[in-house]
Design a binder for this molecule. Structure first.
Ligand SMILES: Nc1nc2c(ncn2[C@@H]2O[C@H](COP(=O)(O)OP(=O)(O)OP(=O)(O)O)[C@@H](O)[C@H]2O)c(=O)[nH]1
Ligand SMILES: [Mg+2]
Length: 392
């Protein structure tokens, strides 16, 4: 426990929704005494006298209340009590209100995590974990919650203190290589489907998702607004955006859609530029689709083109959104583009902008031969007291 958390503090650790059980955690010198004011165990053992580790069933009731709630209280340390009550929002709120009435400080589960975690990076990992959209993303965050990044940062601080500046710089550079990947552990990669009208963007989206998310019609200009759908590709969270076919148009609604499509291209981690196999004219592509840095060019409708000759030189994938031919290869190509190096289990990965910022600053300071401030930036990264305040 840090000095800041010396006051007795309570938080509801379970989400504010209907559930079978909610957990209220209380930590601090008065945790047991204050819980005892409201809780009477059926075995008549007061919490103060119960041994650590004891789980008691009993009644939680304030003096002025006519009715109490039957619940379970676990005394997990002399200064730590967990109350497991009914999962309804009002039930946990009532217990928190009682604790507050006797002087307990109340906070959110994120604030609780910041007080309880071993260091600020571990706290960030625990807070980020519910945001992980896939199991694979969660596993990497669990590694950081177990200290992978914290240990690496501490080792770099020691390297700097020992005068091993070059090793420290190499270690920071290695961490920074994983930072773009790390930001996506809580936020899906963005993949945009773009191209001329009627080439099969919406059909290919539906095929990759495995269900009909977008309207498909044999009519150019079907998709207007940008349409999003989130899925997992090879275990990584990906948000696809289907866009309006880009062409010159007098239709105001279509024009608005095309502008939105072009804006979506700028935010994308990867763009699938689609071409029609029955009408292959890559040189006539709109300027906005030429030379996109993160583009994968896909020739769709290959089921309709028997003697298809792909243009030489340019890397192009071939698919049929109707038969599914080439779709697994396309998905592999997308994954390779998004995650070129798959991190090992246990790899230290920076996953927040705060971490990225501190690491970049430390690297810059080392390059400018300022080891002491560099070491300070890294130590701040771990320090719970320098963690930005957040009421969430
Ligand atoms: N045979 C065949 N038809 C396809 C394929 N992909 C799409 N189509 C057909 O092509 C037409 C247009 O498909 P969409 O998916 O709506 O095309 P789009 O690119 O989204 O079109 P816009 O939204 O208008 O820009 C539909 O009739 C689809 O069934 C394919 O791989 N093979
Ligand atoms: Mg469409």
């Amino acid at each position: 426990m840090t000095a800041a958390s010396a006051k007795t503090f309570a938080a509801v650790l379970t989400p504010p929704a209907r559930g079978a059980i909610a957990t209220v955690a209380v930590r601090g010198q008065a945790a047991v005494v204050w819980s005892d004011r409201f809780f009477t165990s059926f075995s008549k053992v007061p919490l103060c006298q119960a041994e650590v580790g004891r789980i008691l069933v009993g009644q939680w009731q304030a003096e002025e209340e006519e009715l109490g709630e039957e619940l379970v209280v676990a005394k997990l340390a002399e200064d730590y009590v967990e109350i497991h009550c009914h999962g309804g929002v009002q039930a946990s709120r009532r217990i928190v209100k009682h604790l507050e009435s006797v002087g307990c400080e109340i906070g959110t589960w994120q604030q609780w995590t910041r007080r309880e975690a071993a260091d600020a990076i571990v706290a960030e990992a625990q807070i980020a974990l519910p945001e992980a959209a896939t199991q694979q993303a969660a596993l990497h965050l669990i590694d950081q919650a177990a200290g992978a990044l914290s240990h690496r940062v501490s080792a770099i601080v020691r390297d700097i203190e020992d005068g091993n500046f070059e090793i420290a710089q190499q270690q920071i550079a290695q961490l920074l290589r994983f930072a773009p990947f790390g930001q996506h552990l809580t936020r899906p990669w963005s993949v945009v489907l773009a191209g001329p009208p009627n080439v099969g963007k919406s059909s290919l989206l539906n095929k990759m998702l495995g269900y009909d998310r977008a309207i498909v019609l044999d009519m150019p200009g079907t998709t207007r607004d940008v349409l999003h759908a989130t899925t997992a590709l090879d275990g990584w969270p990906v948000q696809f955006s289907d866009t309006a076919g880009i062409r010159l148009s007098d239709d105001q609604v279509e024009q608005a859609g095309i502008l939105k499509a072009k804006a979506a291209l700028e935010q994308a981690d990867a763009v699938l530029v689609l071409h029609d196999a029955t009408n292959l004219r890559p040189h006539e592509l709109d300027d906005s689709l030429k030379q996109l840095p993160a583009a994968l060019h896909v020739v769709n409708k290959i089921d309709l083109a028997n003697d298809l000759q792909l243009p030489e030189g340019g890397e192009m994938l071939a698919t049929s959104a109707v038969t599914g031919q080439g779709v697994p290869e396309l998905i592999s190509a997308i994954v390779t583009q998004l995650v070129p190096v798959r991190p090992d289990v246990g790899q230290a990965i920076p996953f927040t902008l705060r971490q990225l910022d501190h690491l970049e600053q430390a690297q810059q300071l080392l390059q400018n031969q300022l080891p002491a401030p560099a070491s300070q930036r890294l130590s701040d990264l771990l320090n719970l007291t320098s963690f930005p305040a957040d009421n969430s």
